[in-house]
Design a protein around this ligand. Structure first.
Ligand SMILES: Cc1cc2nc3c(=O)[nH]c(=O)nc-3n(C[C@H](O)[C@H](O)[C@H](O)COP(=O)(O)OP(=O)(O)OC[C@H]3O[C@@H](n4cnc5c(N)ncnc54)[C@H](O)[C@@H]3O)c2cc1C
Length: 346
């Protein structure tokens, strides 16, 4: 008999399963399509912080989660023996002009305050970065040490290995046993929207790619240039993402919108010239009306719980979402920020 049934084996469902198992609960995960079949099965994996200013509960929650990530993924990898590709390798961003330079320099101060000494935000001369850097019209770059990366598809595999090593089942079908939590991404957002007077949440399609670059970038920082994430992974690939499409047909196909993102990345980063595209992938991100995660009592299934709305930062949010939901499920301790409750999206 399971203490907890989790419906949905994406990053939210698997991370919550892991947190519950780590506290000694018996857990069953149910997903008719298998782990990583939804938006979590991709390639990008930027764990990038919000700009360190105008602090709010979402930014604070994400900051805590980014700080927790290293220990979280170490625990997962130790239990299951599969790498998630996690690494806190930092990030470089170009600075367009004098105004942006002044803003970036000011943020070094707010980061020192808001990031509480856990990481730095610095402005550096672009010449310090070497060949792996974006063009920067001002001649300076922002370098932060909070940004990390992990490989989404591999991270799901790492969680599956850890969860099964701890004795949990992952099955395609099962009745509810114990406390039930739904982490079913856009399926649930659409189901809830269908019975509410207003849209509760919807999918936003994203396309990303993996490139093979002729440099050893396994420990190199990720780059964020012209709104494109360029993420060197531990396996030697470099991921590029993403498109953001509210209006889409086939959720899984890739097209010329991805070509345009790849072209922008190559234009921004000289070292990407001539790189080979080795994988193209698309998925649909779960976006709630409030744009924040949706955590708490399920709006349709009485007495059951929901964890959804990871939108563009689901992997970054997962370690803390997992802890908060395990606290609620197993200890009746509710630390969910009000902005993250389902009511925020009614
Ligand atoms: C192109 C792209 C790039 C991205 N880049 C990043 C990034 O760099 N950093 C980051 O943090 N985030 C990123 N994201 C966002 C991140 O991938 C999502 O926030 C995250 O995957 C959401 O996870 P989830 O577990 O809520 O949903 P999903 O991964 O969609 O999982 C839902 C699961 O529920 C299952 N399911 C459906 N119906 C049922 C049912 N009835 N019963 C049981 N199971 C069911 C599905 O099969 C699926 O496995 C990106 C997303 C995309 C598409």
């Amino acid at each position: 008999m399971a203490d907890v049934t989790i419906r949905g084996a994406g990053i939210f469902g698997l991370s919550i399963a892991w947190a519950c198992l780590s506290r000694g609960a018996k857990v069953r995960v149910v997903d008719p399509f298998g782990p990583g079949a939804g938006s979590s099965g991709g390639v990008v994996g930027a764990l990038a912080p919000h700009v360190p200013e105008n602090w709010n509960s979402k930014k604070a929650f994400q900051f805590d989660s980014l700080i927790m990530a290293e220990g979280f993924w170490q625990g997962v990898e130790a239990a299951g023996g599969v790498s998630s590709g996690y690494g806190r390798t930092g990030r470089l961003q170009p600075i367009a002009d004098d105004h942006a330079l002044e803003l970036a320099q000011g943020r070094a101060g707010t980061a020192a305050d808001l990031w509480q000494g856990h990481a730095t935000w610095q402005v550096i001369p672009a010449t310090e970065a070497g060949d792996w850097a974006p063009h920067s019209p001002s001649g300076f770059l922002i370098r932060d040490t909070l940004t990390a990366r992990m490989h989404p598809r591999r991270a799901c595999a790492a969680l599956v290995a850890a969860i099964t090593a701890k004795g949990a089942e992952i099955v395609t079908e099962a009745a509810d046993e114990g406390r039930t939590l739904w982490a079913t991404g856009i399926t649930d957002l659409e189901a809830i929207s269908a019975i509410r007077p207003r849209m509760f949440g919807a999918g936003v399609k994203g396309q990303g790619a993996s490139l093979k670059v002729d440099m050893d970038l396994t420990a190199a920082p990720q780059l964020f240039a012209d709104t494109v994430h360029i993420v060197p992974h531990a396996d030697g690939t470099v991921a590029i993402g993403s498109t953001s499409e509210r209006d889409y047909g086939d959720p899984k196909s890739t097209d010329e919108q991805l070509d345009a993102v790849i072209d922008r990345a190559i234009a921004a980063v000289p070292a990407l010239q001539g790189a080979e595209v080795i994988d193209r992938w698309a998925g649909v991100r779960p976006r709630s009306r409030s744009r924040a995660p949706v955590l708490g009592e399920h709006p349709i299934h009485q007495g059951q719980l929901i964890a959804n709305g990871g939108f563009k930062i689901g992997f970054g949010m997962a370690p803390k979402v997992a802890e908060v939901m395990a606290d609620l499920i197993l200890n009746d301790v509710d630390q969910i920020p009000d902005d993250f409750r389902p009511e925020a999206s009614f």
